[in-house]
Write a protein that binds this ligand. Structure first.
Ligand code: SF4
Length: 81
């Protein structure tokens, strides 16, 4: 991640639980090309419905192979990178 983008994301005030990579200024994922698998699946599986476009969640429940290790911004913060 370019230092400039990281600095911008770190400075953005965000509500508790908002993903640390979410770019509030641009209203988009700040790491879109490298986002985690769960983010790629979100919105397209019946168990991962997005309230913005629920009609897109048509696939069977997501084939999750691993247990999650934490939540971005809560369990995993900038100090971990
Ligand atoms: S939750 Fe996933 S898709 Fe959303 S901003 Fe964070 S990394 Fe990007």
């Amino acid at each position: 991640m370019p230092r400039k983008l990281r600095d911008e994301l770190e400075k953005q005030p965000r509500l508790y639980g908002t993903c640390m990579f979410y770019d509030l200024d641009r209203d988009q994922c700040g790491i879109h090309a490298a986002r985690p698998d769960i983010c790629r699946m979100f919105g397209y599986h019946k168990d991962l419905v997005c309230f913005r476009k629920p009609e897109l969640a048509t696939k069977e429940p997501a084939p999750l192979k691993q247990k999650h290790i934490g939540y971005l911004s809560i369990d995993i913060t900038w100090k971990d990178f």
